[in-house]
Write a protein that binds this ligand. Sequence first.
Ligand code: ADP
Length: 225
Amino acid sequence: MSLSVDALSFSYTPGRMALDGLSFTLAPGSFTALLGPNGAGKSTLFALLTRLFTAPHGRIAIAGHDLTHSPLKALAALGCVFQQPTLDLDLTTRRNLLYFAALHGLSGRPARDRADEVLAMLSLTDRADTPARALSGGQRRRVELARALIHRPSVLLLDEPTVGLDAASRRAITDHAHTLAAQGATVLWATHLTDEVAPTDRCLILHKGRLLADAPAATLAAGST
Ligand code: ADP
């Protein structure tokens, strides 16, 4: 499994569980939507997956590496796009990518080649030398997705990556994420927008820190009518 979450529990305040014994696994080359109302525990899960917090109970493994015991190997297999944009607006698209590549220990020719590769994957080649400030909102998000791929992660976490975008840009981002999954990435896409979920997408529905449902969207929709 690419991502394995086992009996994960976390609370901010004693007696109130933000996550309560959460377990699921994601296979390589899969796209999974993580849905749930505000307060369901989506952000808490992402904070634990990215090791912003450590869970006292439960286990997370990324690409087979235990996040507690082998954090560097586990995090090296993880790419993230956070809700809040984090591009350096004064740098060009390419410089943003090369800066991030350097943080992952990639430099020189291999870094430039990989940057060109991910720019092509996200249809951004013609924006490589444009300052991020001059890009549209949708293009900026695609740069963030390209940046998340620079170190060839096997698992991609996307936390409401389409917030604030117009319909066409949202569609472009969801299409790219599905393409990446079809090419072998494991994609976990947190959203509260059900129209971003395709009928065949696997959906994990969180409610009060527990898994309420785990099924393809079409099955869940049929069950709710
Ligand atoms: P979601 O991202 O699905 O909206 P969260 O993970 O933010 O859900 O919240 C899960 C639960 O944890 C909620 O009950 C929320 O009030 C609580 N919570 C989240 N962040 C904090 C915090 N920093 N301090 C205390 N409680 C928090």
